[in-house]
Design a binder for this molecule. Structure first.
Ligand SMILES: [Fe+2]
Length: 384
């Protein structure tokens, strides 16, 4: 995130001697992005982060296209996806292109005997059900229903759940996840018109230094392979760090909606962006207040993007038969719009309780068999 944060102990000047109580040096690590040209953090380790003991045989998690080219409105009931004990096993890519992967996961167990690192993609994990603690070398973030966890690529992490009932929506972005530039001033501060600001972000806290040696398993995802690494020391061994590159959380419930006299377009819901896609939050809000306003959206042609809507909670005014965890996919190339009867029904209504996450990729999505397994095959006929 583009503002400065620090936790723990760091030396007064970067790249200088920083010693432990026993006189030996801490190991400084520069975690930098875009080479040395963008945001970075400096991390001070109890042990070098390079002590690899063993590398196991990598295994593939490459998503396979069951539908390569799609020109059909579709919907998927993702809560039908089976739960798995393990977090990595539970992650199922449903839709993907070269800019992002969209997955759901329903893990039952915390990650206690391994760590995970996505070397290729920033991750946004939206917590639909469940709560717990995200742990990393940058500190901990408590998460709960409605939180986005934004995890920069290269961050080793663990998720510790409070119970076994967890439902997550995961976006892997092959470009950095950022706040929309129009929300920020030239100095990177959130502007007054932004629907959220620095105070709403959940920054890492409670830095715990695990100065432990042994066998520590880190599964590293790179180019659709998972490489099992064994390191000789605990990955969370930092005594301190500072910089701009670190994970953070943000609750969808802290997104302040922008409303108007007549229908406001989807960009007012925008929360994050990556290269060639945007992520938006649809939250409870007052409806349009022009006396002749139609609160339901107009029919809409996506000339330049596919559109994924992940339904979280509440009634959706423009849709029938919506349930929690349902995804609708409205591809570019054909229009979509409110279901029959919903436009008239919306007139005169004062507010909506809808809660949803929208992801608009600018290039077409391919669909996996895991998506088709939970598809409602007749969705495309529901406007008749
Ligand atoms: Fe749309």
């Amino acid at each position: 995130m583009p503002f400065y944060h620090k936790l723990g102990k760091i030396p007064a000047k970067r790249h200088t001697q920083f010693r432990k109580p026993d006189g030996t040096l801490y190991t400084e690590e520069l975690v930098s992005t875009e080479g040395f040209s963008s945001i970075y953090s400096l991390v001070y380790h109890a042990h070098p982060p390079t002590r690899v003991k063993a590398i196991g045989t990598p295994y593939s998690v490459e998503p396979k296209a069951a539908i390569e080219k799609n020109l059909q409105c579709r919907s998927f009931l993702t809560f039908k996806t089976a739960q798995h004990d393990d977090f990595l096993e539970s992650r199922k890519v449903l839709m993907f292109n070269s800019d992002l992967y969209v997955s759901t996961a329903a893990p039952k167990q915390s990650m206690t005997d391994y760590f995970f690192k996505n070397a290729d993609a920033d991750e946004v994990i939206f917590v639909h059900e469940g709560s717990g603690k995200f742990k990393s070398i940058y500190g901990e973030i408590n998460f709960e229903y409605g939180d986005y966890l934004v995890i920069p690529r290269g961050t080793i992490y663990q998720l510790h759940f409070n119970n076994s009932s967890n439902r997550l929506l995961i976006v892997e972005s092959f470009s950095p996840i950022r706040a929309p530039k129009r929300y920020l001033n030239n100095f990177g501060q959130f502007l007054e018109h932004s629907p959220y600001c620095e105070r709403d972000l959940k920054l890492p806290e409670n830095l715990q230094t695990h100065d432990e040696e042994g066998d520590f398993k880190v599964f590293i995802k790179k180019e659709d392979l998972i490489f099992p690494y064994t390191y000789a020391n605990h990955p969370f061994d930092a005594i301190g760090w500072d910089g701009y590159q670190y994970p953070f959380g943000f609750s969808i419930h802290n997104y302040e909606p922008i409303t108007g006299r007549v229908h406001m377009p989807p960009p007012i819901h925008q929360t994050f962006e990556g290269h060639n896609f945007v992520l938006c939050s649809f939250v409870p809000r007052l409806y349009d207040y022009h006396p002749d306003a139609i609160p339901a959206p107009y029919a809409h042609s996506n000339v330049d993007s596919d559109e994924i809507l992940y339904y979280v909670d509440g009634e959706f005014m423009s849709r029938k038969h919506v349930e929690k965890g349902m995804i609708s996919l409205h591809p570019k190339g054909i229009p979509h719009g409110p279901h029959p009867g919903t436009v008239e029904k919306s007139i005169g209504q004062k507010e909506t309780r809808e809660l949803a996450v929208m992801i608009d990729p600018f290039y077409p999505l391919k669909l996996t068999q895991d998506a088709i397994n939970v598809e409602d095959p007749d969705y495309y006929k529901t406007w008749m």
